[in-house]
Design a protein around this ligand. Structure first.
Ligand code: DGJ
Length: 723
């Protein structure tokens, strides 16, 4: 069992293969956090709890000043209950904030897990176990259930909570985090993924923790291009391979918040969950509110170890099992090939090109129902002039060529210039007479069930009979003034997300194909979306030199198979030229495809591209189920290097990229990672045979390798030849 409860000490000890998480039922039924980190024995850890006496701290007992909620580690902290640190829960009952000390009542430990109604969550596997702890206030008006779901092999614990109004009155929740985690001490760096449109997650922002509150959040209505729900806490000396790293992420795709606060005592608290700005949720008698799920992992193998834990968890337990480990489509997508001027003729030409370059799926992006951003969203009527055979006819022709077909949609949106908006101006997510507009569109009010059903039915009708294998689901603006004519203001953002997940579920049931999500590039790259779509469009920036940073940053939290990457003209966002080889080397990092009009290229060039598709397929297993070892961060602005190694360590691929071609050939000896030290490997480029221990310690020389230009990037495969 991964979860142990010691009746004598009242300690819960949750173990994964390499980690331990411990808390206890302390004085007065308070849930006291004791430890999270490297696996330890199930000893009585109570000595670790802070029982010092501090002026101004309040106590439960008139006889003893030994216990104060303000000084001990807590599993949950309610505002106005004697703890002065950042709270994880803020609520009132009939307007009163008193009477909110939540105490242990009961717990249960069981195999498997319960789903979280309406929200994405880590899927159960054969090892999954759950600890459920129920707390309530003294008058039993409020009940809080904490869930700890354990994934032993991946060293991941998933946390969530449900708050319930068990009294007769009305309760209002102003903050309901998914988890709270206390550490004694503050010797951490925070790491977050900062960015912006065309530079999503490209800035790995690392800073030592200071006293005060550090916040990583989004207020855009999506997880956003600017910030990502992933956050790490690590020791100051942690690097890729060595040192302690705690990783956290949220299965949620809208406004989120992570607060890392350091108290006056120098202790650290991490709170993560729904962003509480403007949040106010009413619970009437018997009603409850479930939080999104937070996942956490720990590794003493540096940031690389932390990432690999998350990669395994995401592939094994978050992505739909049906898609997680099977080869992904190699798409050829119409967007960068023709933007809005896409026609049936162009699609059929792309289909021919797909055959030439080894793509297997032809994707009709935006433009099939409109010629610009101005109209069409919400109405979803195929432009019959440009698509005379309709979508059905086109899909049949494409299938007739032995290819698969995919289509782009943006179901959450409506154009201002649309029949839908003219008929239902109250169906958008704003109550303003003239709502703020972005990209000529508004967000539909998906807090309303009739809107969810309408849009699901309209899209279903339009796609009826179309032979589809892939759907790209986009979202191209941020929420502003988000309000609803029917939903209370404080509930709008979260109910909107619940409506979106509902819409995704409905359309996924009606169209059981691979969904790729997207949001103006990579504006909604999060675990919530990965629950529904095994891969996400990473960025509209397809210049490979910029993409290296974007993809590298993204890999801190997400496995390469989720990171959708296309070979394009390369210069569309930057004007910068790049060689084919370099573009391919960067794009094969994730799930590979094409996004350009190949009719301009010669037969020889297309043959080169076909070779790329074949190479990608040959090595795709490393993306789907390999381990990623990052060797050189592009933050050096000179080089980037990484390795993908199969789980059995029999195959590895090293990629080395030069970001700033100086023409100089400085000496670089690169020590490889992740190999079996006792196995000999054949360098497939040179035929040379060297042991894993040699390759990982003496390293390999990067120079004018194998007669190729260094500025084109290198990839070298190593294959185990003997044990
Ligand atoms: C933004 C996406 O990132 C692009 O790939 C493309 O689908 C456009 N939207 C279409 O409007």
């Amino acid at each position: 069992m991964a979860i142990h409860f010691n009746e004598q000490t009242k300690i819960f000890h949750i173990t994964t293969e390499k980690t331990s998480y411990a808390f206890c039922i302390a004085e007065h039924g308070v849930l006291e956090h004791l430890y999270y980190g490297k696996r330890i024995a199930g000893d009585d850890l109570k000595y670790i709890g802070n029982r010092q006496i501090y002026a101004f701290h309040a106590h439960e007992s008139r006889d003893s000043r030994k216990f104060s909620a303000a000084s001990v580690g807590l599993e949950v902290s309610v505002f106005n209950s004697g703890d002065f640190r950042t709270p994880s829960l803020v609520y009132d009952y009939e307007g009163n904030l008193d009477c909110n000390r939540l105490r242990y009542r009961s717990h249960q430990i069981y195999k498997g897990r319960k789903p979280i109604e309406g929200l994405p969550y880590s899927r159960e596997n054969a090892e999954t176990e759950t600890l459920e702890v129920v707390l309530s206030d003294d008058e039993n008006k409020v009940e809080l259930t904490l869930f700890y779901v354990v994934y032993p092999s991946e060293d991941v614990i998933a946390r969530s909570q449900v708050i319930k109004n068990t009294g007769d009155g009305v309760m209002t929740v102003q903050k309901a985090a998914s988890m709270s985690l206390d550490f004694y001490g503050m010797e951490f760096d925070t790491i977050t993924l900062e960015g912006m449109y065309l530079y999503e997650r490209a800035q790995i922002s690392r800073a030592p923790l200071k006293r005060g509150v550090f916040q990583n959040n989004s207020l855009t209505g999506i997880s956003s291009h600017n910030r990502n729900p992933f956050i790490a806490l690590c020791a100051h000396n942690t690097d890729e391979d060595i040192g302690e790293a705690y990783g956290f992420n949220l299965l949620y795709s809208s406004n989120f918040s992570e607060e890392v606060s350091v108290s006056n005592l120098g202790d650290t608290r991490l709170i993560m969950g729904l962003d509480h700005t403007g949040f106010c949720w009413t619970l009437r008698a018997g009603e409850s509110l479930a939080s999104p799920e937070a996942v956490m992992t720990y590794s003493d193998q540096g940031l690389g170890g932390m990432s690999r834990n998350f990669h395994d968890h995401i592939r094994r337990n978050i992505i739909e099992r049906e898609y997680a480990f099977i080869p992904r489509p190699i798409v050829i997508n119409s967007w960068e090939a023709s933007y809005f001027s896409v026609t049936e003729e162009l699609m059929l030409s792309l289909a021919k090109q797909a055959l030439d370059c080894g793509a297997d799926t032809v994707v009709l992006d935006d433009g099939w129902f409109r010629a610009s951003t101005k109209t069409g969203l919400g109405d979803w009527r195929t432009d019959k002039q440009r698509f005379p055979a309709g979508l059905k006819g086109l899909s049949e022709k494409i299938h007739g060529m032995g290819l698969k077909f995919g289509i782009w949609i943006e179901p959450e949106m409506v154009n201002a210039d649309s029949a839908l908006y003219r008929t239902h101006p109250d169906w958008v997510l704003s109550t303003s007479k003239q709502p703020l507009i972005s990209r000529c569109q508004y967000i539909l009010d998906l807090t309303r069930e009739e809107v969810v059903n309408y849009i699901a039915d309209r899209i279903t009708e339009e796609l009826q009979g179309v032979q589809l294998e892939y759907i790209k689901w986009d979202f191209n603006r941020y929420a502003t003034e988000a309000g609803s004519f029917v939903t209370p203001q404080g509930e709008v953002y979260h109910r909107q997300m619940l409506g979106t997940y509902k819409l995704l579920s409905i359309l996924k049931t009606r169209f059981p194909v691979l969904f790729e999500t997207c949001s103006g590039g990579g504006g909604r790259f999060d675990l919530g979306m990965l629950y529904y779509s095994p891969q996400i469009w990473t960025s509209d920036n397809t210049d490979p030199y910029a993409r290296v940073y974007i993809q590298y940053g993204t890999s801190l939290a997400y496995p390469t198979s989720c990171i959708s990457c296309h070979f394009t003209k390369g210069e569309c966002t930057s004007g910068r030229k790049s060689s084919y080889e370099f573009r391919y080397r960067v794009a094969e990092f994730g799930s590979y495809g094409y996004e350009l009009d190949l009719s301009e290229f010669s037969a020889e060039e297309k043959a080169v591209f076909k070779g790329y598709s074949e190479e990608y397929r040959k090595d795709e297993d490393l993306n789907l189920n390999g381990d990623l070892y990052r060797l050189i961060s592009p933050e050096s602005d000179k080089f980037c290097a990484y390795m993908k190694v199969s789980k059995d360590k029999n195959k590895a691929k090293l990629t080395f990229l030069e970001l700033n071609a100086t023409g100089l050939y400085e000496t670089i000896v690169l020590r490889l990672r992740g190999l079996d030290p006792n196995t000999a490997y054949k360098n497939e480029a040179t035929g040379e045979i060297l042991h894993g221990s040699t390759l990982m310690n003496a390293g390999i020389r990067i120079g004018d390798l194998f007669g190729k230009k260094r500025s084109d990037g290198y990839a070298v495969t190593f294959t185990a030849v003997e044990k």
